[in-house]
Design a protein around this ligand. Structure first.
Ligand SMILES: Cc1cc2nc3c(=O)[nH]c(=O)nc-3n(C[C@H](O)[C@H](O)[C@H](O)COP(=O)(O)OP(=O)(O)OC[C@H]3O[C@@H](n4cnc5c(N)ncnc54)[C@H](O)[C@@H]3O)c2cc1C
Length: 311
């Protein structure tokens, strides 16, 4: 796995400045093993408390193939993140997570003052029982955080999922007031035909001739929009006004954080066939990344979906 890291002086400085009372600094920026010898975390700085070293984990060394970049005011840090690229120019990166399948089991087991150290058959059965019987609160102690680039029309559907998600007051999205939107516009690979019976649905594809015409119409519209957006900006129009010309197919970026339950609920609705394909592709990406951290919980959802091959 490729992993590139340069230390971040600015981050280290602020970590020291805000060092909590009772903690003493144990080490400088390092790539270390944890107390049981697992070479898992990158620390920008670590602290000693009662003889135990705590790192501030930037990221576990993970399973990723693709690099992502973070920028701060000093130096760029590049670190590999688990990532799924989505057709058309979007992507999803798993930027953070908390807990595991066993955390869910143990949140349930506290009811009878027990806990488990590993996930065996008994624990898997309990996990199944919890989800299938709507005993969902144990799934709320785990979290995942994703960085997503998708068209605005996909985000509009995503944002309808409110409960257990950091949206309403905590939503972090690229601002078209602060920056020019430069990630382009979504272009369908296939033009589907409007379904007559189900007003929300589509099927098949246009003929090659009609597809070429649709491609040309879209390209012409995007050229005009692109020209006008850039022209407005170069005339000195404020970015917050110039953006009014942009379509819902414009790519945006945001951070989505949700409890495991919220993410499983999202998958149960958005990874199924009834969901618009463009949104479903993102839900499938979320499923893949969630499965890396919560394989058994994700299995519970995938088992109920029609696009997944059943054993
Ligand atoms: C195929 C499909 C088509 C759709 N079409 C449309 C559409 O045409 N127009 C449109 O506006 N939306 C549409 N939606 C969005 C849909 O109505 C939901 O808003 C979205 O799926 C989020 O689901 P949710 O409400 O269960 O999620 P959340 O908002 O995250 O809620 C999670 C759960 O919490 C509970 N809950 C949440 N709020 C309340 C409440 N106020 N009272 C009681 N219980 C609550 C419910 O059990 C709910 O399932 C569509 C969704 C799908 C999957």
């Amino acid at each position: 796995m490729a992993l590139l890291l340069k230390t971040i002086p600015a981050l280290n400085k602020s970590s020291k400045e805000y060092q909590p009372a009772g903690l003493s600094q144990a080490s400088s920026p390092s790539l270390e093993t944890n107390p049981v010898g697992e070479p898992l975390f990158l620390h920008d700085v670590s602290y000693m408390f009662d003889g135990v070293v705590f790192g501030l984990p930037v990221k576990p060394i993970g399973q990723s193939e693709i690099k992502a970049s973070f920028h701060d005011t000093s130096e760029a840090t590049e670190i590999s993140l688990p990532r799924v690229d989505v057709e058309g120019g979007g992507f999803i990166e798993l930027v953070d997570s908390m807990g595991s399948d066993i955390s869910v089991v143990n949140a349930a087991k506290v009811s009878y003052a027990r806990s488990a150290k590993s996930l065996n058959e008994k624990e898997e059965k309990l996990l199944n029982f919890l989800w299938n019987n709507h005993h969902t609160s144990p799934f709320r102690h785990c979290f995942l955080s994703f960085r997503v680039r998708c068209p605005i029309f996909v985000l509009r559907q995503w944002q309808k999922h409110e409960v257990g998600c950091a949206w309403k007051f905590d939503m972090n999205e690229q601002s078209a007031r602060y920056s020019k939107l430069e990630h382009g516009y979504f272009r369908p690979e296939t033009w589907r035909i409007q379904d007559i019976k189900n007003k929300q649905s589509s099927h098949g594809s246009l003929s090659p001739e009609d597809s070429a015409k649709a491609d040309a119409l879209l390209a012409g519209a995007y050229d005009v929009i692109d020209f006008a957006y850039n022209e407005l900006l170069s005339m000195g129009v404020a970015r917050e006004q110039a953006r009014v010309i942009l379509p819902v197919s414009t790519y945006t970026e945001f951070i989505w954080t949700g409890s495991l339950q919220a993410i499983m609920h999202f998958l149960s609705l958005r990874a199924k066939k009834e969901t618009q394909l463009e949104t479903r592709l993102y839900a499938e990406g979320i499923a893949k990344l969630t499965a890396e951290k919560f394989p058994k919980s994700t299995e519970l959802i995938l088992a109920s979906l029609d696009w997944v091959e059943k054993a």
